[in-house]
Design a protein around this ligand. Sequence first.
Ligand code: 4AD
Length: 466
Amino acid sequence: GRTWTGVGELCAEMKDKNVLIRGAAQAIRSVSKKMAFLVVRQTMSTVQCVLVVSKDVVSPQMVRFATSLSKESIVDVEGVISVPNEPIKGTTQQVEIQVRKLYCINRAVPNLPINIEDASRSEIEFKKAEDSGEQLVRVGQDTRLNHRVLDLRTPANQAIFEIQSQVEKVFRQFLESEGFHGIHTPKLIAGSSEGGAAVFKLDYKGQPACLAQSPQLHKQMTICGGFGRVFEVGPVFRAEDSYTHRHLCEFVGLDVEMEIKEHYFEVCDIVDRLFVAMFDHLNMNCSKELESINRQYPFQPLKYLPKTLRLTYDEGIQMLKEAGVETEPMGDLNTESEKKLGKLVSDKYNTDFYMLTRYPLGIRPFYTMPCYDNPAYSNSFDVFIRGEEIISGAQRVHLPELLTKRAEQCGIDVKTISTYIDSFRYGTPPHGGFGVGLERVVMLFCGLNNIRKSSLFPRDPQRLTP
Ligand code: 4AD
């Protein structure tokens, strides 16, 4: 086979070398009948390819062929690396390819619904262009999502989904190194797994069924099954009926469940070490991706501490109170108060990543263990990035009588979860765990303003395609 070079690998040390690349024709500029420029893009990198008519190598027909290419057509370019004296504008690579051979592998239609260069610009660039009287096309979110395969080609999107892939990688690697087993639980289940109305109902061969709102019940049942520590990466379905910047109807859940020896803080310790390792990894290994996202969607790097800050719910409420924010007694914080608390914590403790523990029992799911010293509270926690929730977790009720009572108190039809409750009758160790929303982690680590930006093909109350 021939030797291929990645566009991102091209560098000045390759000067005078012959290379072969494949990519998309992002921009084509004809200078004269004898000269043309072609910008070729592969993932986040672009390079300028120069065609100049010369005896035996580049014919005028070849220049004409190059200028007739439609944008986004896939091309193979063979040529010699050169290093221009002037910096090259508009490409990531600072070397050029003096083209010797050019093949079109697959032609794109001439009128694309999205121009990749327009879709890659930051708001700052748009403002600047407008001020200087230039007419640029802003690409709206719906247009992007309607034509997602084109939108995904922008450098920021290439970077966002590399970050997503790295988050998942660290999640798996860290947990495996801590003795956790990877599992897969069923997504077709008989009753709702989290309670509440946000459940997709379906017909399972004549029997009522649901799409799993979380792996909650079955991940706990693997602990009943003798697996001491488990994790799962899988789809989670929520029939959300409000349209917000942070809710999807389908998202990727990163779930953990583990035996607890002495205290539910053992679960918090795993969260702490896992996420510090993840943030360290992203900062150390993904600087190119983070820069690329920052260019289009500027954000401040995440502030986090080597040991994650833990505050109790009551302490959080007190901080809000002191700042003049009243909340419902023993109630859930709304999005606005959570954001406000995030800001207060960030100012006081210099961290955008923290945990709230010991929530009131009344605002947690039925399977949550009440506090031993005061059953009005629970052995539970939420974790926040920049004042928005990415994780919720808790110790679970492993005592079948208490579990039945709690389910009834929470208005759950116990019959639909009887196999779950029965699982605890055969001896199960105390245990706890947590669930993370993958898209939320990526969105908030990268300071993005909408969860649709960190979901490849988002599913929300108004969108089921593409
Ligand atoms: O807070 P949730 O509903 O908790 C559970 O599912 C529990 N079973 C977890 C546990 O082990 N105790 O969901 C967990 C996380 C949230 O913190 C959030 O990051 C994400 O899942 N999440 C959503 N992400 C996108 N769209 C939605 N509609 C989400 N709902 C929850």
